[in-house]
Every structure is written in structure tokens, then in C-alpha cells.
Ligand binder design. Sequence first.
Ligand code: PEP
Length: 251
Amino acid sequence: MKKLIVANWKLYVNRSDQALKLLKSTVRASKMGSGVKIVICAPFLMVPTVNAIIKRSSISTGAQNLSEGTQGAFTGEVSAHLLKDYGVEYVIIGHSERRYIFDETDEVVVQKLIAASKEGLKPILCVGEQKRVGNWKKTLLNQVSASIKGLDKKYIAKLIIAYEPVWAIGTGNADTPQDAKEAIIEIRKVLARRIGSKAAANIRMLYGGSVTSKNIANFISSAEIGGALIGRASTNPKDFALIIKKTALLK
Ligand code: PEP
């Protein structure tokens, strides 16, 4: 299976000329790595620009968030239907910055997963412990269960899960590949309890948290880890091109 590299630009990219430069260099890099699937999650307003530049490349468009509401008096929100209409294929849901800065609860995460899944968007569900202290695996697995509580089995089977220990995001302090792999194996067991081990085995699991061109290979060389969700390094044209190249060499 091709490895999946998801770029989460966050608000690191906040100028149109910066977005254009980064998109063009990512398209060039994608041509070196035909065995890699790339998704770019830019700020909403940049989606049409992303679509225009990635046309005829192997890159797909993602969003960083969506509304759990479908229509109505929700000022400032963007619905799943609107994302679909504008050519978005993937959407990040439950990112730790949404959970802890914008107070998104597990219940809201579930509603967002339902909204995205009903529209046929591909949700990238983020989970991860805030600190690696005490019984952190239990905390993590409880979060996983709560984030898919009541979600239809057919939707769970189509999720992409990003394991992102919160303490590793944006800190330069990545997890060890061994610990990330072990956490991912445990997460898969939670999924297996809901949808069966065969379906759970097919769910793509990503690692995220201070991934760079220097450490990418250590994470995704494992068969358990189907790719990476990358913030800061995805906004550095040179580093991101190198990440794509190293991923392509691994397959
Ligand atoms: C992220 O945005 O999910 C992330 C992992 O960020 P960074 O790569 O900067 O740690």
C-alpha cells in the first residue's frame, strides 16, 4: 500500500504567495515520488488555489476542520457539503489544537465524523495523549473509544487514524518509532472491538508529532504505520520535498 503523507499547514501558511510557492514545490516533489499519496490540508480560503495547482498531479486536497452542522445559523462555519462541492477529499477531525484550544469535545468529534462520512469525505481522526505520564495508554484508548462512540461501523471502517501524542506536536520532540508503533497497535485493538479484527487491520494509521525529513523513515518503515501527518515541516518547501523523496524510496 502506498504511504500517505498529510500536510497540515495550520496557520503557518497565511499568505497567498507563500501558499503558491509551497504548492509548486510540492507538485514538483510529488513527481519524484510516484509511490506516495500526498494530501494538502490548507486553510479553507486556499482550497481553490490548492485545487488549481495540484490539478493533474497525484496530490489531493484536504481541510483542517469542518462544522458538525449541515445547514443553518452557524456563523463562520463550513459544512461537509460545501467542502465536497469545492473539491475537498479529506478532512482532519479532532486535531489536538481543535480539542484543547477550541474546546472540541469527543461528542463534537463524533458529530463531525458523522457529518464528513455522510458526505463521502475521508476523515482523518486525530487522537493522542496530552502527557506521557501515569497510565497514558489507558487515557489514549479511552479517547479513541469516545471519539468513535456511536459511529456507524461502516464509517469506522473508512477512517484514517492519526496517532499524535500532543506533547510531540510542534515541539521538535518526536515520539520514538517503537512507542508510536506500540500505541498504534493498541489503538487498532480498540477499533477491532468495534468492527472486527479483519476490518480494523485495513484501517490506515498515521503517526504525527514533529516529523521531519530526518526522522520520517524511522516511522513509516514500519508496516503498522501507513504514513505521517506533518505540520511545521510540511510548510518548509525543501524539507517537505525531502520527506516525499524519502517516503518514495521506502516503498
Ligand atoms: C500536526 O499539526 O498535527 C503536527 C503533527 O504538527 P508538527 O509536525 O509541527 O508537530
